[in-house]
Design a protein around this ligand. Structure first.
Ligand code: FES
Ligand code: FES
Length: 155
C-alpha cells in the first residue's frame, strides 16, 4: 500500500512521517518515530501496554489511527522526564519496585500521570480505577499503588 504523509505532535514536537494509512498510532510511534517505549502488547485493547496520553487523556494507541487525533498533543513515556530529571512517578516506581519486567510500566506511568493531573491526592479507589485498563503480571499492584502515593506526596 502507498504510504501517506502524516503529521503528529509528539512530546511537544511536530513530526511529519510517511506511514501506511492503516497503521495505528502505536505502529507509527514505534516504527516511524522510533519511540519504542510505548509497548506492543495484545493489539486488542485489553492489556493497556500501548497507553499514551492524547491531550492528557489515556488512549490505547493500538486502537487509534493517527488520522483520528490530528494535531492533538501525544505524550509517550519518552516525554515524561524533564531532560535528565525523571518524572516523580518514574522515580517512585523505581524506588518502590513498581516496575519489574517493565512491560506494563510505560502505559502504567501514563495512566498514573493522568490520574495525578486530575486528582493530586488520589484515593486507592481512584488509583484502582485509573489503572484498571493496565494489566501487570508481575507486581501484584500494591507496589504500584505505593509508588503513585509516593509521587503524589512529593508533588
Ligand atoms: S497493545 Fe493496546 S491494549 Fe494491548
Ligand atoms: S512489571 Fe511486568 S507486567 Fe508489570
Amino acid at each position: 500500500m502507498t504510504k501517506a504523509l502524516i503529521t503528529l505532535r509528539v512530546n511537544g514536537e511536530a513530526h511529519t512521517v510517511a506511514a501506511e494509512p492503516h497503521h495505528t498510532l502505536l505502529e507509527v510511534l514505534r516504527e516511524e518515530l522510533g519511540l519504542t517505549g510505548t509497548k506492543h502488547g495484545c493489539e486488542l485493547g485489553e492489556c493497556g501496554a500501548c497507553t499514551v496520553l492524547v491531550d492528557g487523556v489515556p488512549v490505547l494507541s493500538c486502537l487509534t489511527l493517527p488520522q483520528q487525533i490530528g494535531m492533538a498533543d501525544v505524550t509517550t513515556v519518552e516525554g515524561l522526564a524533564n531532560g535528565p530529571e525523571l518524572h516523580p512517578l518514574q522515580t517512585a516506581f523505581a524506588e518502590e519496585g513498581a516496575a519489574q519486567c517493565g512491560y506494563c510500566t510505560p502505559g502504567m506511568l501514563l495512566s498514573a500521570k493522568a490520574l495525578l493531573d486530575a486528582h493530586p491526592r488520589p484515593t486507592r479507589e481512584q488509583m484502582a480505577e485509573a489503572i484498571s485498563g493496565n494489566l501487570c503480571r508481575c507486581t501484584g499492584y500494591t507496589s504500584i499503588y505505593e509508588a503513585i502515593e509516593k509521587a503524589a506526596a512529593r508533588a
